[in-house]
Design a protein around this ligand. Structure first.
Ligand code: ZN
Length: 243
């Protein structure tokens, strides 16, 4: 490779490498740190590291955010959107709840969706489920855990809708993994069923809804079988406009 070309490539890589989230730069939380001073110290180190790598980065993103991606994922501590996608602050608008459930009556999730689509004009919505999801595992079982059981009931509905497919899977882990995938797909479809997304498509806005599943053990996310960039795939009962 010509020397100049190599330099240009190095500069380009540097421009996209800011800031880093590699785990070797992170410390585990010390339970003895009762006033969280160690966490604040971590934060200071992180901020100075970012400043060292790119002195203008934080002052630039302080002016405005222009993320192109909305991430809807699980609250699970092992699936942090920016870390697993290696995207820096400013790139991903995020909503997380237990087991990445999207329902038509969750004001918080709908508000995030509306702001992301109508105001920020994100171009991609990723609904990302994950294997080893405690929420989906609980939903597949028959124990009570408290208020959360009423939230997880949404996933029992997904099970019921796909009972024939799921019932045919003999291995329990395989059945759970498939329910995790179906739950992410179901949530992605619910995103599409919203008036927010249907109206965005009707006015010609570029917007693709993706369903993914993340494997904590390998750190790899994969695409599931559902994604949509217009309303053509909507089941007719969910179509709210005829244009
Ligand atoms: Zn989970």
């Amino acid at each position: 490779m010509a020397h100049n070309q190599e330099n240009v490539q190095k500069q380009e890589q540097a421009a996209f490498a800011t800031p880093t989230f590699a785990t070797h730069t992170m410390n585990r939380f010390d339970p003895a740190d009762v006033d969280l001073s160690g966490v604040l110290e971590n934060n200071k180190k992180w901020a100075s590291q970012v400043k060292e790598e790119d002195p203008d980065f934080l002052s630039n993103i302080a002016k405005q955010q222009t993320p192109k991606i909305l991430w809807i994922g699980c609250s699970d501590s092992r699936v942090p959107a920016n870390v697993v996608t290696a995207l820096p602050p400013g790139e991903v608008f995020v909503h997380r709840n237990i087991a990445n459930v999207v329902t038509n009556s969750d004001l918080s999730c709908l508000s995030v969706l509306q702001y992301a689509v109508d105001v920020l004009k994100v171009e991609h919505i990723i609904v990302c489920g994950h294997y080893n999801c405690g929420g989906v595992t609980a939903a597949m079982g028959h124990e009570q855990f408290g208020l959360i059981d009423n939230w997880l009931r949404n996933i029992k509905d997904v099970y019921r809708l796909h009972e024939a497919e799921l019932g045919a899977i003999k291995d329990e882990t395989d059945r759970l993994y498939r329910l995790i995938e179906l739950n992410a797909i179901h949530s992605a479809k619910n995103v599409c069923h919203s008036t927010i997304v249907q109206n965005a498509w009707a006015r010609g806005q570029t917007l693709t809804v993706h369903s993914w599943a993340f494997d904590i053990e390998t750190g790899i996310a994969k695409k599931l079988e559902f994604n949509a960039c217009d309303g053509k795939q909507l089941q007719s009962i969910y179509v709210t406009r005829k244009d």
